[in-house]
Design a protein around this ligand. Structure first.
Ligand SMILES: Cc1cc2nc3c(=O)[nH]c(=O)nc-3n(C[C@H](O)[C@H](O)[C@H](O)COP(=O)(O)O)c2cc1C
Length: 221
């Protein structure tokens, strides 16, 4: 599918058919997600994929009863590792080996920079992990759409309950949930009217930031 077509086609889908996603297809979607960019290429994302009904039902409980979590073939808990140092050494070793860095001193300097980031307050580290992880989540949803699979990103969940229910270690931040599945007949992507978007005029500021100039409502008039 052409990328513009993909962009136009994607919708958040809530109703799914019983059709199963092939393991290899799911794997290829995750593979695509790992190609997302990340700060320093530190790739803080991890994905907990839930496919059996019991586990998905547990997730529905922490997702305020949202049924599409269970109806979808796969429900994914998207997690961000909040310790920037978690993968720093092998990442910079790769840069060095591929000639992105001139020498070991520069590599060590980068590790030190990331060590400084790792000393940031927890809330800053959560923000740091969320930035890159959200890009991986979006990449995953477009990769799914490209394979005819619908998705829905979700922030409607109780983070503390999720951490407890799925034994998520402290250093991981639950960033969002994503449901994945083949849409039920008549409910998929392009079949739903596109929800209105704010216009380019309202969201793009050339040169100077002038946020108060127009509102969503004004553009509707
Ligand atoms: C960060 C985020 C959180 C969302 N949370 C939920 C959610 O908890 N439940 C849900 O059904 N949809 C959720 N959505 C889907 C939005 O409602 C949807 O993206 C929006 O209405 C635009 O529709 P579209 O995705 O079909 O273009 C979320 C979307 C995003 C990006």
């Amino acid at each position: 599918m052409e990328f513009d077509e993909l962009l136009q086609a994607r919708r958040s889908v809530h109703e799914y058919s019983d059709e199963t996603i092939e393991d290899s297809t799911l794997e290829s979607i995750f593979e695509a997600a790992t190609l997302a960019p990340s700060g320093y290429n530190l790739q803080p994302w991890e994905f907990l994929a839930l496919r059996d009904d019991d586990r998905k039902s547990t997730l529905r409980e922490v997702a305020y009863g949202q049924d599409h979590v269970v109806e979808a073939d796969t429900a994914i808990v998207v997690l961000g590792h909040t310790d920037p140092m978690a993968h720093a050494e092998p990442v910079f070793d790769d840069w060095l080996a591929k000639g992105y860095l001139p020498n070991e001193e520069v590599r060590d300097g980068l590790v030190e920079s990331v060590e400084d980031m790792a000393a940031m307050p927890e809330s800053d580290r959560q923000t740091w992990a969320t930035r890159s992880t959200a890009l991986a989540a979006m990449t995953l949803m477009y990769a799914a759409r490209d394979r005819g699979i619908s998705s829905c990103p979700m922030e409607g969940f109780d983070s503390d309950a999720l951490v407890e229910s799925f034994d998520i270690p402290d250093e991981y931040e639950p960033v969002m949930l994503i449901t994945l599945g083949y849409a039920a007949d008549g409910t998929g992507d392009v079949e739903n009217d596109r929800k209105k978007r704010r216009s380019v005029d309202q969201v793009v500021h050339y040169g100077e930031f002038d946020p108060g100039r127009e509102t969503y409502a004004a553009a509707d008039d």
